[in-house]
Design a protein around this ligand. Structure first.
Ligand code: PLP
Length: 409
């Protein structure tokens, strides 16, 4: 008799985006002809850089000739791309070898899959609020325990509150945990950890033989040269951190799909000596994954050339100008806005202590603007909404003007 993995029944989330879509649809049905203005989605909107398009075309052309055709590639990724990614770390003053880089079809699958190389007994700590994939994948793997509806938490996770008081970056856990998920620049809060803050987590992880899963999917949005773009800029991080990154937001590959994971040889945990975690991730990828698309990897290589980087940066600057427009517009009417300076997300405090969903509904009905309620990212997201800077400039301006003109607070 086949039985299902009943951990799926324990998933509390999966509710956020369908619920947003449901409310937006109901609004449109009740207000025919009213244009909905979207500031909720974390999806890229601008076309790929010309250098990247040329790279992708090169990848296609190679497949057309017998001399350059390739079938399955290395599961770990094209060596040229692994070297190019490693070289990016060197520019930051961080040491990463090409055999520590594993190219994939995106950060989300890696974030979801990486937990599988660890014991189901591991205690997991997550930032609260957080990108939901950290919580959900560990719930499915059986590490969450039971969901407490009243508290909005799973009883086996350790939640690290990210609040206005701590600048939306948490203290290290008081108790011993095994896996610590950190996302910086952060989705949803837009907060970026300083070197000192990351150093405390590295210190904690080394003392507790814990492993940090560092999600740096938005690292290219950091403008402040003092802020770390990789955890490997922190001394000792190679012994305790796995880093996951993506071409999605840095080069517009959300639909193209390309990412990578770094597992340093020195990275250890309680029962894994140096090299073992790297070997386990290698094994995992070789068993379950057949390598990223050769066409796409050619595009990724093009994105990492000097010309590619320059062009991709122009698109990032475009989104960051959107962020500035949102920040200034919202602040001008007295809203308290965080983030949006070194990250494409803005974290807006709801006025007069309104709940996230209440303020979501107010923005929708009064300004016709769709945002993302902070409560959907964890209990400490309550009282905030997430606003995304991804969008066409004209749409962003229209949405901000509508909020300025129509929102009554
Ligand atoms: N990590 C974070 C924090 C994200 O916000 C996202 C996408 O929104 C991802 C990872 C997913 O990246 P990818 O498109 O490479 O799967």
């Amino acid at each position: 008799m086949a039985t299902v993995n009943d951990n799926y029944d324990k998933l509390a989330a999966g509710y956020l985006f369908p619920q947003i879509a449901k409310r937006a649809k109901a609004f449109s049905q009740n207000n025919p002809g009213v244009k909905l203005l979207k500031l909720g989605i974390g999806n890229s909107t601008e076309p790929l850089a010309p250098a990247v398009i040329a790279g992708l075309k090169l990848g296609v052309d190679k497949l057309a000739k017998v001399e350059t055709y390739t079938g399955y590639g290395d599961e770990q990724g094209d060596t040229r791309l692994r070297k190019a990614i490693a070289a990016e770390y060197a520019k930051l003053g961080a040491t990463v070898a090409d055999n520590e880089v594993f190219v994939s079809d995106g950060a989300k699958p890696d974030v979801g899959n990486v937990q599988s190389i660890f014991s189901p007994d591991c205690i997991v700590a997550v930032q609260d609020p957080a990108y939901p994939v950290y919580v959900d994948t560990n719930v499915i793997a059986g590490r969450g325990g039971n969901y407490d509806d009243k508290r909005g938490r799973y009883d086996r996770f350790v939640y690290m509150p990210c609040t206005e008081e701590n600048g939306f970056f948490p203290e290290v856990p008081k108790q011993k945990v095994d896996l610590v998920y950190i996302c910086s620049p952060n989705n949803p809060t837009g907060a970026v950890a300083t070197k000192e803050q990351l150093a405390k987590f590295v210190d904690y992880a080394k003392k507790n033989k814990a492993v940090i899963i560092f999600d740096s999917a938005y690292s290219q949005f950091i403008k402040d040269p003092e802020l770390p773009r990789s955890i490997y800029e922190i001394p000792g991080a190679r012994e305790c951190a796995i880093e996951i990154n993506s071409f999605s937001k840095s080069a517009g590959f959300t639909g193209v799909r390309l990412g990578w994971t770094v597992v340093p040889m020195e990275c250890v945990c309680e029962d894994a000596p140096a090299g073992k975690l790297n070997a386990l991730w290698n094994r995992r990828q070789c068993t379950f994954f057949n390598g990223a698309s050769n066409i796409v990897q050619e595009g990724g290589l093009a994105a990492l050339t000097q010309r590619g980087q320059k062009e991709c940066k122009e698109t990032i600057d475009y989104y960051m100008e959107n962020a500035r427009i949102i920040r200034e517009g919202f602040s001008s009417i007295g809203l308290k806005v965080f983030g949006g300076v070194n990250a494409p997300y803005l974290w807006v405090k709801t006025p007069k202590g309104a709940k996230s969903w209440e303020f979501f509904d107010i923005l929708l009905s009064q300004a016709h603007v769709v945002t993302t309620p902070g409560a959907g990212f964890g209990p400490h997201g309550e009282g905030f909404i997430r606003v995304s800077a991804f969008g066409h400039r004209q749409d962003i301006i229209e949405a901000v003007e509508s909020v300025k003109k129509n929102l009554k607070i």
